[in-house]
Ligand binder design. Structure first.
Ligand code: NAD
Length: 495
């Protein structure tokens, strides 16, 4: 038997790069300013990262625009674009270990998840759009015979992708796949908490044959680099994933500048509804536990509100506690760790504040609730029972391993509670009755409704929100709609 891999040793051997990537090469920020990239599991500074601002944005937009106008990518035959994007996907897959380590060091998720989930899904996403792009046909309208109307989708131009820190590489891939496949130039702005994998992608894109200037990466803060992209007069669209609060800023930036297209994938407070006739109550409870504790609860579609039919609530709570208390919390570089560090000290404090609020508002703490005694940012798996939907922990997105359990009288009550939220990203219902399943999936106002499972999906199935969870869809061919304009060319044929 071969010896287990020592991920700490491999991480120590990595070369870390904190520079921006513009026009096909790595560059410092124009001001020379940097900020510290900190490992949340240890508090150690990993590397200085370029703090890009307005001047870097102006430069990168000009470079991206020039690449777009030149046609080097935007007018490349789809089959050739496909070849290079497939090479990009392949390089990501071949660098799985390095990228997974960067992700784990940077934002604290367990190495086993980076390796088994983030990396394969990111490579697969780019590959899927590469495969799709030379198989999509445009349309001809059914006009009178005196004319032909060609309806074509054209790339937008320069697209800014502004992404969060919870799945840094995967959220970037959901944007990059369709943006690049459609022929746009892109500027990727990672969250300031998690720049490293985005930066590493620059060199891999270049190596794959994506022309200089087509793919650029600007690390930096939201209020500077993010805002400058949002307000830029020559950025055609912003593809945003992040909080609802910041999503609203991007709508304002658009209105204050050039009416750029905005796609928003924002927050959630997803209801996970377990009815008494669920096919398997233990399976439902186990999925409910992982639906909140996976990725430290830092998941936009986390099942943070567990709504259970009253007659089975206590049984479900006991099982969630059993599963949740067995989850191994600790060093993200330990291959056995199942829940790692919160992304940073600020997020840790924020989550702890919600736990205090839950107690103050009268919810019953049944599991966890404390920081784990370690130098880094760790929080126990936490479950509140006896929550009512008006409590803060049921209304606001906590983005941590904190589950709020709410009792419902019956399916109608469960749907009413489920929809009583400003969000609408995802929902789930567990029942063996097909009529109840369909009733709930129709009535729940959410972009994805899972029946008898939680957080399942595939790149072919769209993902995105209703209500204040945003609009526009990531994944599937629908994502291409966000990054293309529809053009009708009317050709008069005479009599
Ligand atoms: P965030 O909104 O704080 O930041 C997201 C991005 O916006 C970052 O790159 C950040 O630098 C930038 N930003 C921040 N302030 C800005 C400003 N004033 N102007 C311009 N840009 C700004 O979100 P986060 O904390 O990184 O991520 C967590 C949030 O992301 C959660 O709300 C979560 O639900 C959401 N999320 C949604 C999805 C989805 O698909 N719907 C997926 C993952 C995460």
């Amino acid at each position: 038997m071969s010896a287990p891999i020592d991920w700490r040793q491999r991480a120590a051997a990595l070369t870390l790069n904190g520079q921006a990537f513009v026009g096909g090469r790595y560059v410092p920020s124009r001001s020379g300013e940097t900020f510290e990239c900190i490992n949340p599991a240890t508090g150690q500074v990993l590397v200085a990262v370029a703090a890009c601002d307005q001047a870097d944005v102006d430069h990168a937009v000009a470079v991206a625009r020039a690449a777009f106008v030149s046609g080097v990518w935007s007018r490349m035959a789809p089959r050739e674009r496909k070849k290079r994007l497939k090479a990009f996907a392949d390089l990501i897959a071949r660098h799985t270990e390095e990228l997974a380590l960067l992700e784990t060091l940077d934002m604290g998720k367990p190495i086993r998840d980076s390796l088994a989930v983030d990396l394969p899904l990111s490579a697969q996403c780019i590959d899927w759009y590469a495969e799709a792009i030379d198989k999509i046909y445009d349309e001809i309208a059914p006009t009178p015979p005196t004319a032909i109307s060609l309806i074509r989708r054209e790339p937008l131009g320069v697209v800014a992708a502004v992404v969060p820190w919870n799945f840094p590489l995967l959220m970037a891939a959901w944007k990059l796949g369709p943006i690049l496949a459609a022929g746009n130039s892109v500027i990727l702005k990672p969250a300031e908490q998690s720049s490293l994998t985005a930066i590493r992608l620059g060199a891999l894109a270049s190596e794959a044959g994506i022309p200089d200037g087509v793919f650029n990466v600007l690390p930096g803060f939201g209020e500077t680099a993010g805002r400058a992209l949002g307000l830029h007069m020559d950025v055609d669209a912003v593809a945003f994933t992040g909080s609802t609060e910041v999503g609203k800023y991007f709508l304002q930036y658009s209105g204050q500048s050039n009416m750029k297209r905005v796609g928003l994938e924002c927050g959630g407070k997803s209801p996970n509804i377990i009815l008494a006739d669920a096919p398997d109550l233990d399976e439902a409870a186990t999925a409910a536990a992982w639906g909140i504790f996976y990725n430290q609860g830092e998941v936009c579609n986390a099942g943070s509100r567990l709504i259970v039919e009253a007659s089975v609530k206590d049984r479900i709570v006991e099982k969630v506690i059993e599963v949740g208390s067995a989850i191994k919390v600790g060093d993200p570089l330990d291959a056995a760790t199942e829940m790692g560090a919160m992304v940073d000290a600020r997020q840790t404090e924020r989550v702890m504040g919600y736990i205090e609020k839950g107690l103050a508002e009268g919810a019953t703490l049944r599991l966890g609730g404390k920081r784990v005694a370690a130098p880094g940012c760790f929080i126990e798996t936490t479950l509140f029972d006896d929550v009512t939907n008006d409590m803060t922990i049921a209304r606001e997105e906590i983005f941590g391993p904190v589950l709020a359990t709410i009792a419902a009288r019956d399916i109608d009550d469960a749907i009413r509670i489920g929809n009583d939220t400003t969000y609408g990203l995802a929902a789930a219902v567990w029942t063996r009755d097909i009529n109840k399943a369909f009733k709930a999936s129709s009535a729940l106002r959410a972009g994805v409704v899972w029946v008898n499972c939680f957080d399942h999906g595939d790149i072919s199935s769209p993902f995105g929100g209703f209500k204040q969870s945003g609009f526009g869809r990531d994944k599937s061919l629908h994502a291409l709609e966000k990054y293309t304009e529809l053009k009708a060319t009317w050709i008069h044929l005479g009599k």
